[in-house]
Each structure stands twice: as C-alpha cells, then as structure tokens.
Design a protein around this ligand. Structure first.
Ligand code: FA5
Length: 325
C-alpha cells in the first residue's frame, strides 16, 4: 500500500511540472501504459492472499484514476495556456500609434484670403468677385487712368487685343460693382491679377484684395480705422498703421500704407479716397457720396506675417515650403 501511495505521489509531482502534452503522454505511458509502473502492480495481485485481493485491486484502480484524472486536468490547463499564448500573439495593441497619413491643407494664400475675408465680413463688408480677363475701360479709363499712364503700356500688362487684357489690379471690380448697385456700399474683392513683373518681390501673377466703402461723409479716419482693425487682427495688437502720401489716378488723396511689425515699417498696400472723377464715370454724384478704397497684395501680407523672403516660393509648389503654413 505504501508502494502505491509512493508511486501516485511520484506520478503527480511529475505531472505538476510537465510543460507540454508530449511530456504528459510519456508520464501516462510510464505509469498507466501496458508496462506502466501502476499497471504492473496488478500483476502482484496473484501473489496476495485471496481475501486481500479485492481491497488491493480497488486501491490500484483508485491510484490509476487519480493519476489519469490529474493528467486530464493538466492537459486541459496546458491547452488553455497554449490557446491563451496563441491569442496573445494574435492580439492587436490598439494603443500602438498608427501609420502616419499626410493630410493636405489649404495653400497659405488661400488661408490668408479667408482670414481677411472673415475680418472684413465681421465689419459688414461683402465679398464680391470679378473677371480676370478685363477690358481697358474697366481696368483703366473708368478708374481715371488716362492713355499716357505707364501701367497701360504693353510692357506692363498682358494684352489679348488692344482693348482686352488680363486685369492688372482688382480695382475694376470697384467699377463693376458701382455700376451694378446703388450706394452705400462695403465690399472686398479678392482675386488674381497680372503684370509683367518678375523678381524676388514681384510675380507676373499675384493676388490682391480690393476694398471699397461708399457712404455719405466718409473720411480718411474711416479708412485708417478700418485698416487698423484689419492689421491688428492679422499681425497682432501691437501692429500699427502709417499712411504716406502717394499717387493713384483713381484716389485723391492717395496713400501707401505701411504696417509696423517685427520692429520695422513694411509697405503692404495702396489706398485713398475715391476720386470724384471715378464717381462721375459710374454715375454717382460726387457731391453726395464719398468713400475710401484700398488694394492690398496677399503675398506681401503673408511675407510680412511669416517672414518669407522670396515671393516665388508661393508658386514653386514645393511641399517642404507649403507644409510650414
Ligand atoms: C494698385 O494695384 C492699386 N489698384 C491699389 C489701390 C486700390 C490703390 C484702391 C488705391 C485704391 P499697386 O500697384 O501699388 O496698387 O499694388 C498694390 C499692392 O499689390 C502692392 O502694395 C503690393 O503689395 C502688391 N503688388 C504689386 N505688384 C506686385 C507684384 N508684381 N507681385 C506681387 N505683389 C505685387
């Protein structure tokens, strides 16, 4: 009986440390196989006295059952563990950072344009657009720009015919809007314009935004206030505006407008009070109506704001440049 107990203990301790099903199978063969240590005990039955045989037989059977059950139990544990390991290997870690996907965004000039539109819309201006192919009357004559003006020279502009050209500024939209509507008016007009220019601060195709405000008793104060609002919202509250005397045929008086930003004055736009001749050209009474107008270069605004040195970067289509903004 002691021998049975000892064999069972040995078998169980071997089963306990087994790590896989092959080892368990070997243990089963070692103890319960045809020539297994526990199976062989049965052969001792015949050496025992008749009356002890049933009890001994039962004990050996119990021992077989205990070992077999323990093996079965251990097999289940192992297969559970193997399953768990398999699933752990298959598992996806949802906290792992994903592969990066590049998402496009609006071009820096489009961003600046939208920013400016929002600023002027918040002040009650409306966005109005016009054609890029213009006639000389809207682009020059109606704007009080006579034949002899250098801007009309074929050296400065892109002509299709004698009277049709790519607009050289957004100011013809002033004329078109005044002809279509009655004052008072408050509009801004963004768009592409074209000139025979090309260097690090001038492009042959660039972007302007025109502003036009017409009402009774409009003064330079209204112009300056409006530009100050725009400039502080684009460049920050420390930005200042300075008007310098200048000349445009369609405004009187006319100004170059500088902005104080990054410790220096930088020129960003042209402006002035609408010339009475322009009002006459569109049928507005200059004794009743007054107004201011301005035209700013969007590339210049972006260059000042972000410290961009070469205007040609806007059209080089270099992702490395564009990604910065
Ligand atoms: C004009 O175009 C006037 N129409 C502006 C205006 C409107 C004045 C209404 C008064 C009333 P100017 O040629 O200065 O003005 O151009 C205006 C702005 O466009 C300049 O300040 C500059 O920022 C920008 N600009 C001019 N030429 C180029 C160019 N070749 N490339 C990039 N920006 C330019």
């Amino acid at each position: 009986m002691d021998e049975i107990k000892k064999l069972v203990e040995e078998a169980v301790s071997e089963i306990n440390i087994a790590k896989d099903s092959t080892t368990l199978n070997n243990i089963r063969i070692k103890y319960l196989g045809k020539k297994g240590l526990i199976t062989l005990l049965m052969k001792k039955l015949k050496d025992l006295p008749q009356d002890e045989r049933p009890k001994f037989g039962a004990l050996v059977n119990d021992a077989k059952n205990v070992v077999q059950n323990r093996i079965n139990e251990k097999l289940r544990e192992i297969s559970e563990m193997e399953k768990r390991q398999k699933y752990e290997k298959m598992a996806v870690d949802v906290t792992t950072p994903g592969a990066r996907r590049d998402i496009g965004h609006l071009h820096i000039l489009t961003q600046i344009q939208k920013e400016l539109e929002d600023i002027f819309i918040s002040m009650g201006f409306e966005v109005v657009e016009g054609p890029e192919v213009e006639d000389t009357w809207h682009n020059f004559d109606a704007l009080n720009t006579p034949d002899w003006h250098p801007a009309r020279d074929v050296q400065d502009s892109f002509y299709f015919t004698e009277n049709i050209l790519l607009r050289t500024h957004t100011s013809p939209i002033q004329v078109r809007t005044m002809l279509q509507r009655k004052p008072p008016l408050a509009i801004v007009s963004p768009g592409r314009v074209y000139r025979r220019d090309y260097d690090s601060t001038h492009l042959p195709m660039f972007t302007q935004m025109e502003g036009l405000f017409i009402d009774k008793n409009v003064t330079v104060k209204h112009l300056k206030f409006t530009l100050e609002q725009m400039v502080t919202r684009i460049f920050g509250k420390d930005a200042k505006v300075r008007l310098k005397p200048s000349f445009f045929p369609f405004t009187e008086p006319s100004y170059e407008v500088d902005v104080w930003f990054g410790n220096t004055w930088l020129e960003i736009l042209g402006a002035g009070m609408v010339d009475p001749n322009v009002f006459k050209n569109v049928g507005y009474d200059p004794n009743v109506w007054s107004g201011f107008a301005f035209g700013l270069g969007l590339e210049r605004i972006a260059m000042v704001k972000y410290g961009i040195k070469d205007i040609r970067d806007f059209v080089r289509n270099d992702i490395k440049f564009l990604e910065n903004y």
